[in-house]
Design a protein around this ligand. Structure first.
Ligand code: BGC
Length: 272
């Protein structure tokens, strides 16, 4: 874990799906660098509460609260933003991260599983980004706090470019996030909003447990990773903290792949 610094002091971040895996690491990293953090969750409130306490009780961190919200529900998202503004005053950083997989062969995929993945992974990111932009516009610039009006950091995936058999719904949402993020950048960059994505590769979290929980599975997985180690959630947390800070001020409308080289086609290390 990086040394803490104060680069996000005075700012407030909402991180969705922050009570496990990548979201948790992002919430902790933003808190570590001084931001107030909303730890969003949909289930296991006690875990979200524990993470919020951990962030709040660290001397150098900002404060954190846990807020329940189903990101696929418009009223829930509007209410989460309202609670955040009531508590912390505004929102400076929005990390729409909540996501899930409902995997199956395409010919066996139910409409319900297709729809659920779209609702959470894509509509959820749309609703959070929209509410964030509304709050940024309402609040206006605070030049002593940040050079940008606000920052949105979408959580995407290497599967925004790598097709994924057996996961058509999931890959479709990640492909769509690219155009959502880039369109937001094009529309709001003139107003000093920064909108970027982080595309994680294989990160050791509950979502992909079967890919790393036996030595055989891990060996197979490493064949897909030129750097030869599975990612850890903190790898993504560090990237998010940098992207949220003024150190990355000129980075806008881009996807940062944090994947150990997974998108560099390791299958082609020999002849094509
Ligand atoms: C998926 C993981 C997978 C990784 C690399 C992520 O977006 O959620 O299950 O291990 O991509 O394939």
């Amino acid at each position: 874990m990086q040394k803490p610094n104060n680069r996000l002091a005075g700012q407030t971040a909402i991180v969705t799906g922050a009570n496990s895996g990548i979201g948790e690491a992002i919430a902790i990293a933003l808190g570590r660098d001084g931001a107030n953090v909303v730890v969003n969750y949909i289930s296991h409130p006690e875990v979200a509460e524990e993470i919020a306490q951990k962030i709040s009780h660290n001397d150098i961190s900002g404060n954190a609260i846990a807020i329940k919200c189903d990101v696929s529900k418009e009223d829930d998202v509007i209410n989460m933003f309202k609670q955040t503004v009531d508590h912390f005053g505004t929102v400076d950083i929005c990390v729409p991260n909540a996501g899930l997989q409902k995997d199956s062969a395409m010919h066996e995929m139910s409409l319900a599983d297709w729809q659920l993945v779209l609702d959470v992974n894509l509509t959820g990111q749309f609703l959070c980004a929209r509410e964030a932009i509304r709050e940024f516009l309402k609040r206006g610039m605070r030049p002593t706090i940040s050079k940008s009006l606000g920052k949105i950091i979408h959580t995407s995936s290497v599967h925004q470019i790598i097709p994924w058999a057996g996961h058509a719904n999931y890959a479709a949402t990640k492909g769509a996030i690219v155009m959502l993020m880039e369109s937001i950048c094009q529309e709001y960059a003139p107003l000093k909003v920064r909108c970027n994505s982080i595309a994680p590769g294989a990160i050791k979290t509950p979502i992909n447990k079967s890919a790393w929980d036996t030595p055989e599975a891990l060996q197979e997985l490493n064949k897909l990773i030129p750097y030869k180690r599975i990612g850890i959630p903190e790898d993504i947390g560090s990237a998010a903290a940098w992207l949220a800070s003024d150190e990355s001020e000129y980075v806008n409308g881009t996807t940062i792949f944090v994947d150990g080289g997974m998108t560099c086609y390791p299958g082609f290390t020999t002849n094509g």
